[in-house]
Design a binder for this molecule. Structure first.
Ligand SMILES: NC(=O)c1ccc[n+]([C@@H]2O[C@H](COP(=O)([O-])OP(=O)(O)OC[C@H]3O[C@@H](n4cnc5c(N)ncnc54)[C@H](OP(=O)(O)O)[C@@H]3O)[C@@H](O)[C@H]2O)c1
Length: 319
């Protein structure tokens, strides 16, 4: 079969022949229709991700949409290595196959579940967002950040603050439900002041796709400079590291503010994933949640891999 085969960490995969998979117990073979090219696919192939492959070659791609042997169209995840989703066929646990509603097209079915379900679970299962609370999306101009702005509002957030680097995208986020925006530029102090101005009315939930310098500036903004009674808890969910893998965390942040820092905590149980998937697909079917996609052919995977795609658009690889 044809596949995007990674032979060396740190280099793009190549379009090559790869042996077909055979299913083991509780596994399914998928005839792949489409697979999104996501930041995590690049992080895994670069060797920088905690789950980067230790043995090569492997086929790239962690999820996608395709057909089971009985013709059911499913979103699937978790291909068994060395197989991946950027291939004509792959093999996955049956437990990670979710039927796709008819009204959702292949591009959306391939590209939306990963960031959409992640944003949904970060806001619900992790941050436990309550109606009326104020949410800050840090990194709101990327694919997942834009979805998180929209989902936060749909879940009943009282105020959504969108912080991002790309001014053109930032200016469109009010249409998705952002009540305020913070542009990530200027010196560290200017950025801290910009956050402080927007957070004057309080903050409950931070969904962080950036880490690095913007998160440090935010933490400086929420560090109190007085002894005050704490009236509400803040929850920061760490989801991505587009701006850097490490932050410096002054102890004063945690002593002066009621801040809890959480992670996404790996892959949730199937029933949690399934429920989030169905919610996200229902929003897509009703036209309330949208993802901008662009198809690329598997044969062009090397060029697609090297492209920098900005503006909240996701490449979808068609085998
Ligand atoms: N754990 C999970 O479940 C999960 C799921 C999906 C995604 N993620 C992670 O979330 C992050 C974002 O994913 P995505 O799909 O939204 O990626 P994306 O569409 O490529 O967007 C990347 C975002 O990061 C911003 N960015 C990059 N470098 C930056 C910097 N130095 N300072 C400030 N902003 C910077 C970009 O700003 P511009 O708009 O200016 O380019 C853009 O908003 C990635 O780290 C990804 O791995 C995690």
């Amino acid at each position: 079969m044809n596949a995007a085969v990674l032979r060396f960490l740190g280099r793009p995969p190549c379009f090559e022949e790869f042996p077909d998979p055979t299913p083991g117990k509780d596994e399914a073979i998928i005839d792949v229709r489409a697979a999104a090219l996501k930041p995590v696919d690049k992080q895994l192939a670069s060797g920088s991700h905690y789950a980067s492959p230790r043995e090569l070659p492997v086929v790239c791609g962690t999820d996608g949409v395709g057909d089971l042997a009985d013709g059911t169209r499913v979103f699937f995840g978790g291909p068994r290595r060395p197989y991946g989703s950027m291939a004509q066929r792959t093999v996955v646990p049956k437990a990670f196959c979710f039927p796709v509603p008819e009204g959702v097209d292949d591009n959306t079915a391939a590209a939306l579940p990963n960031p959409g379900v992640s944003a949904w679970l970060s806001l619900t299962a992790r941050a436990k967002l309550a109606k009326g609370e104020t949410v800050l999306i840090l990194g709101a101009t990327g694919v997942i950040g834009m979805l998180a702005v929209r989902i936060a509002k749909l879940l009943g957030a009282g105020r959504v603050i969108a912080a991002g680097r790309n001014e053109a995208v930032l200016s469109t986020l009010r249409d998705l439900g952002a009540d305020a925006t913070v542009k990530l530029d200027g010196s560290d102090q200017e950025l801290t002041e910009a956050f402080a101005r927007e957070l004057g009315g309080g903050l409950h939930v931070i969904i962080d796709y950036l880490w690095g310098r913007p998160t440090e500036a935010l933490l400086a903004a929420i560090t109190r400079r007085d002894f005050a009674a704490i009236t509400s808890e803040m929850r920061l969910v760490q989801v991505g590291e587009s701006a850097g893998p490490i932050i410096s965390l002054p102890a004063a942040v945690l002593r002066s503010a009621a801040l809890t820092i959480l992670g996404t905590a790996g892959i949730p149980p199937r029933e949690v994933l399934e429920s989030a998937f169905q919610n996200v697909m229902a929003l897509a079917e009703r036209g309330e949640l949208h993802i901008d996609t662009e198809q690329v052919r598997l044969v062009d995977i090397e060029d697609a891999w090297k492209r920098e795609v900005r503006g909240g658009r996701r490449l979808v690889v068609i085998p």
